[in-house]
Design a protein around this ligand. Sequence first.
Ligand code: ACO
Length: 328
Amino acid sequence: MKRVKIIGTGSYVPEKVLTNFDIEKIVDTSDEWIRTRTGMSERHIASDRDKASDLAIKAANRALKDSGIAPDEIDLILVATATPDMFFPSTACFVQSSIGAGRSASFDISAACSGYIYALSVAENYIKSDKYNTVLLIASEVFSKYIDWGDRNTCVLFGDGAAATILRGFKGSRMDGIISTHIYSDGRYANLLYLRGGGSSCPPTHESINHKLHFLKMKGNSLFKIAIKNMSEVAREALSSNGYKISDVDILIPHQANKRIIDAVAENLKIPQEKIFINIEKYGNTSAATIPLALDEALKEGRIKKGDLILMVAFGGGLTWGSALIRW
Ligand code: ACO
């Protein structure tokens, strides 16, 4: 059986930093509330000109450099994003032409904050089926453009960023690479997190703009409990279906939506804090990009060694959630 390995990573966040103290000047909130309720201190914000593809291209070029492969070796480009450049062409097509990836297939994946794990699963299965062998997967989000900067319930939570992963198939006796991916959804809860304006259920009109329907809407409190339950369950399933215990995990990389969600998942799983990679304080919730951004940072900081068992768990709008278990 062919196995799938990550051969390069790279990430990019915009230069502009927005601190909790900066947000105090925009809405009725405080650094203390944001830090204690979410674990966030600052986030990066794209410039007016920057599109999802601009961030994605920078992250992709860094991952290409890290992997040492040439762009024309890429067979497939996947961009996980809920904030694409436009409805079509896909953001992946803009990346493809910019990096010079020959005639690779390119498409976007929409699974909100679970987009990276969904795309990892798609890439894994394309490679295992022998259809493609080298996949560039990028998660890129510019949620700052879809946030109501007058709504303190949401504007404090999100940051912009992109992170890329290059995957390649290999055969042989080595047991490293992706062990499993599991992805799920439950559309009954679509009303807990959505962005309706501009879609075919709500084409843009003066009225839709006046009603702020082109901004993200979230019932954070209801999502909170489901996120903890689903992330804990999917983490346990990733381990049990492969014959591992929680004590076998060297590093847990969870979706970074709220530090309190991560702490509750850790408590459920009985995994020590030092095995969890958390960078939410610097970036906020970058949606699909949180997990690959954390992976890239953990690698660059030397937190991941050869042979380590990495567990990733995601949760997002849809609802969607999933896991990936990887032997480094
Ligand atoms: N500053 C000060 N007060 C605030 C702020 C703020 N920024 N935001 C909300 N409050 C107030 C509320 O108005 C409320 O006041 P009230 O009691 O007078 O009505 C109070 O704080 C408590 O509000 P809650 O919504 O209950 O606060 P909670 O502790 O649940 O935290 C949060 C809110 C951070 C959104 C949390 O619920 C959360 O993280 N939810 C999960 C988010 C998530 O996982 N999303 C999915 C992934 S994202 C994706 O897929 C794109």
